[in-house]
Design a protein around this ligand. Structure first.
Ligand SMILES: [Zn+2]
Length: 151
Protein backbone atom coordinates (compact mmCIF):
# COMPACT_ATOMS: atom_id res chain seq x y z
CA UNK A 1 0.00 0.00 0.00
CA UNK A 2 1.23 3.46 -0.89
CA UNK A 3 1.56 5.76 2.12
CA UNK A 4 0.84 9.49 2.21
CA UNK A 5 3.82 11.51 0.89
CA UNK A 6 3.60 13.93 3.80
CA UNK A 7 6.65 13.24 5.97
CA UNK A 8 5.79 11.05 8.91
CA UNK A 9 2.19 10.38 7.88
CA UNK A 10 1.13 6.72 8.07
CA UNK A 11 -2.24 7.07 6.32
CA UNK A 12 -2.82 5.53 2.85
CA UNK A 13 -1.88 8.04 0.15
CA UNK A 14 -4.76 7.88 -2.29
CA UNK A 15 -5.27 11.54 -3.27
CA UNK A 16 -3.06 12.74 -6.12
CA UNK A 17 -1.94 16.38 -6.02
CA UNK A 18 0.04 17.97 -8.88
CA UNK A 19 3.57 18.93 -7.84
CA UNK A 20 3.41 21.96 -10.16
CA UNK A 21 1.05 23.43 -12.72
CA UNK A 22 1.26 21.56 -16.02
CA UNK A 23 3.37 18.86 -14.42
CA UNK A 24 2.36 15.21 -14.73
CA UNK A 25 4.19 14.49 -11.46
CA UNK A 26 1.98 13.87 -8.47
CA UNK A 27 2.24 13.74 -4.75
CA UNK A 28 0.07 11.05 -3.24
CA UNK A 29 -1.49 12.31 -0.03
CA UNK A 30 -4.07 11.06 2.42
CA UNK A 31 -7.39 12.96 2.37
CA UNK A 32 -6.40 15.30 5.20
CA UNK A 33 -3.01 16.18 3.76
CA UNK A 34 -4.37 16.55 0.23
CA UNK A 35 -6.85 19.09 1.58
CA UNK A 36 -4.10 20.89 3.47
CA UNK A 37 -1.84 20.90 0.42
CA UNK A 38 -4.66 22.18 -1.77
CA UNK A 39 -5.33 25.07 0.57
CA UNK A 40 -1.69 26.10 0.56
CA UNK A 41 -0.86 25.33 -3.03
CA UNK A 42 0.12 28.42 -4.96
CA UNK A 43 -1.37 27.74 -8.31
CA UNK A 44 0.72 30.46 -9.90
CA UNK A 45 4.00 28.98 -8.77
CA UNK A 46 5.92 27.85 -11.80
CA UNK A 47 3.86 29.84 -14.27
CA UNK A 48 5.70 32.58 -16.02
CA UNK A 49 4.76 36.20 -15.54
CA UNK A 50 2.77 36.65 -18.75
CA UNK A 51 0.69 33.58 -18.07
CA UNK A 52 0.13 34.71 -14.51
CA UNK A 53 -1.13 38.10 -15.63
CA UNK A 54 -3.30 36.56 -18.30
CA UNK A 55 -4.80 34.15 -15.82
CA UNK A 56 -5.46 36.86 -13.25
CA UNK A 57 -7.17 38.89 -15.93
CA UNK A 58 -9.21 35.91 -17.10
CA UNK A 59 -10.32 35.16 -13.56
CA UNK A 60 -11.41 38.73 -13.02
CA UNK A 61 -13.51 38.72 -16.15
CA UNK A 62 -15.06 35.38 -15.35
CA UNK A 63 -15.93 36.18 -11.77
CA UNK A 64 -18.29 33.22 -11.51
CA UNK A 65 -15.38 31.53 -9.85
CA UNK A 66 -13.69 29.22 -12.18
CA UNK A 67 -10.75 29.68 -9.84
CA UNK A 68 -12.34 27.40 -7.32
CA UNK A 69 -11.84 24.52 -9.72
CA UNK A 70 -8.22 24.53 -8.69
CA UNK A 71 -9.35 23.39 -5.24
CA UNK A 72 -10.46 20.11 -6.69
CA UNK A 73 -13.00 19.22 -4.00
CA UNK A 74 -11.71 15.76 -3.20
CA UNK A 75 -14.96 14.57 -1.69
CA UNK A 76 -17.05 14.58 -4.82
CA UNK A 77 -20.61 13.42 -4.73
CA UNK A 78 -19.66 9.84 -3.86
CA UNK A 79 -22.02 8.11 -6.28
CA UNK A 80 -19.98 8.42 -9.45
CA UNK A 81 -21.99 11.35 -10.79
CA UNK A 82 -20.31 14.57 -11.88
CA UNK A 83 -19.47 17.29 -9.34
CA UNK A 84 -20.12 20.99 -10.00
CA UNK A 85 -16.41 21.46 -10.77
CA UNK A 86 -16.51 18.64 -13.30
CA UNK A 87 -19.59 20.09 -14.96
CA UNK A 88 -17.83 23.44 -15.25
CA UNK A 89 -14.73 21.74 -16.63
CA UNK A 90 -16.85 19.85 -19.19
CA UNK A 91 -18.40 23.16 -20.14
CA UNK A 92 -14.95 24.61 -20.85
CA UNK A 93 -14.25 21.64 -23.13
CA UNK A 94 -17.74 21.94 -24.64
CA UNK A 95 -18.62 18.36 -23.76
CA UNK A 96 -21.72 16.60 -22.43
CA UNK A 97 -21.85 15.15 -18.91
CA UNK A 98 -21.93 11.53 -20.07
CA UNK A 99 -18.75 11.45 -22.16
CA UNK A 100 -16.00 8.94 -21.39
CA UNK A 101 -12.53 9.98 -20.31
CA UNK A 102 -10.84 9.20 -23.68
CA UNK A 103 -13.30 11.65 -25.30
CA UNK A 104 -12.40 14.28 -22.70
CA UNK A 105 -8.71 13.73 -23.34
CA UNK A 106 -9.15 14.03 -27.09
CA UNK A 107 -11.23 17.22 -26.83
CA UNK A 108 -8.72 18.74 -24.41
CA UNK A 109 -5.76 17.89 -26.68
CA UNK A 110 -7.44 19.36 -29.74
CA UNK A 111 -8.41 22.57 -27.99
CA UNK A 112 -5.12 22.99 -26.13
CA UNK A 113 -3.21 22.54 -29.38
CA UNK A 114 -4.81 25.67 -30.89
CA UNK A 115 -3.85 27.96 -27.98
CA UNK A 116 -0.60 26.35 -26.88
CA UNK A 117 2.13 28.88 -25.95
CA UNK A 118 4.40 27.28 -28.57
CA UNK A 119 1.78 28.01 -31.21
CA UNK A 120 0.83 31.48 -29.96
CA UNK A 121 3.89 32.87 -28.16
CA UNK A 122 3.23 36.13 -26.30
CA UNK A 123 -0.55 35.90 -26.82
CA UNK A 124 -1.95 36.50 -23.33
CA UNK A 125 -5.51 35.60 -24.27
CA UNK A 126 -4.38 32.31 -25.75
CA UNK A 127 -2.26 31.70 -22.66
CA UNK A 128 -5.27 32.27 -20.42
CA UNK A 129 -7.40 29.97 -22.54
CA UNK A 130 -4.66 27.34 -22.51
CA UNK A 131 -4.44 27.55 -18.72
CA UNK A 132 -8.20 27.26 -18.40
CA UNK A 133 -8.14 24.10 -20.51
CA UNK A 134 -5.33 22.69 -18.35
CA UNK A 135 -7.31 23.29 -15.16
CA UNK A 136 -10.44 21.77 -16.70
CA UNK A 137 -8.51 18.70 -17.78
CA UNK A 138 -6.86 18.31 -14.36
CA UNK A 139 -10.26 18.47 -12.65
CA UNK A 140 -11.67 15.78 -14.93
CA UNK A 141 -8.58 13.60 -14.74
CA UNK A 142 -8.54 13.70 -10.93
CA UNK A 143 -12.22 12.79 -10.90
CA UNK A 144 -11.56 9.90 -13.26
CA UNK A 145 -8.73 8.65 -11.05
CA UNK A 146 -10.95 8.80 -7.97
CA UNK A 147 -13.56 6.68 -9.75
CA UNK A 148 -10.93 4.11 -10.67
CA UNK A 149 -9.87 3.70 -7.05
CA UNK A 150 -13.43 3.10 -6.03
CA UNK A 151 -13.59 0.29 -8.55
ZN1 LIG B 1 -1.19 12.22 5.29
Amino acid sequence: MRLCDRHGCEEPGNCPAPKAPNSPERWMFCQAHAAEYNRKWDYFEGLDKAEKEARTKAERSETAGYAEAQHYGWGGSGDGSRSADEMRALDVLELEADVDFPVIKKAWREKAKTVHPDVKPGDVEAAAEFQKLQVAYEVLKSAEERREWRG
